[in-house]
Design a binder for this molecule. Structure first.
Ligand code: C5J
Length: 220
């Protein structure tokens, strides 16, 4: 067990039983022309975390740890996209509509790919998820349990939506979660700040937060 400098107190890191979970670092959210921009957001904020994510991913791979990449995505017939999700709001483009990077949030379209800087390697888990949480309607839980994984280190976007939802799902399933503060981002800075507070409040009620530097120190 390695003590990682974290909030609200040291994270008892057990690298042999930990997986790195990278949430939705796909072109649809990070690059102009995707779902994030269609919703009216400035996507440049999210790009800024890529170098820190690359450093953690590189160190994690060097230790041979399990890496899970998720993509928020739907089948091409949208059979796994509830109308309540597709029709909500007044976006410039809805899920399934054709945009500059292909159909929005549809599996196999260019915009649905993980950004090249964090491209998955052979042997890593790539999980398509129709919901905000990565445990909903996916095989994630069984794939982690068959590898005896008990801890999840989280990076990705957006902090208050898919990252937080997944962390809460993981918490309810008995995993210990550590969110890397500089490896997650939101289109709305106050939402990110609030999420970090909520996660670690009341004695890590959802999990821990730490900087990527603190984790890299532990992985050395
Ligand atoms: C959103 C996500 N924000 N990956 N998805 O719709 O957080």
């Amino acid at each position: 067990m390695i003590a990682v400098d974290a909030q609200p107190f040291a994270f008892p890191f057990d690298p042999a039983r930990a997986a790195l979970v990278i949430i939705d670092m796909q072109r649809d959210f990070i690059e102009p022309g995707g779902f994030g921009e269609a919703l009216g957001n400035d996507v440049r904020r999210l790009e800024a975390i890529v170098p820190a994510c690359q450093r953690v991913l590189g160190a994690w791979r060097a230790r041979g740890g399990l890496v899970v990449h998720t993509r928020e995505s739907h089948a091409s017939d949208l059979s796994d996209c509830p109308p309540a999700k597709r029709l909500r709001g007044q976006p410039a483009l809805r899920i399934g509509d054709r945009g500059p990077m292909g159909r929005i949030l549809v599996r196999g379209e260019p915009g649905n790919a993980i950004i090249p800087e964090l491209a998955p390697r052979a042997g890593e888990v790539v999980l398509d998820k129709p919901g905000k949480g990565a445990f909903h309607a996916t095989s994630l839980d069984s794939r982690l349990r068959e590898r005896d994984i008990a801890q999840l280190v989280f990076m990705g976007v957006t902090t208050e939506v898919c990252v937080q939802t997944t962390m809460r799902e993981a918490n309810d399933r008995g995993y210990e979660g550590l969110l890397l503060e500089d490896c997650t981002e939101s289109y709305f800075p106050p939402f990110k700040a609030a999420t970090l507070e909520m996660v670690r409040a009341q004695g890590a009620i959802v999990g821990w937060t730490a900087t990527s530097g603190a984790l890299l120190e532990a992985l050395r």
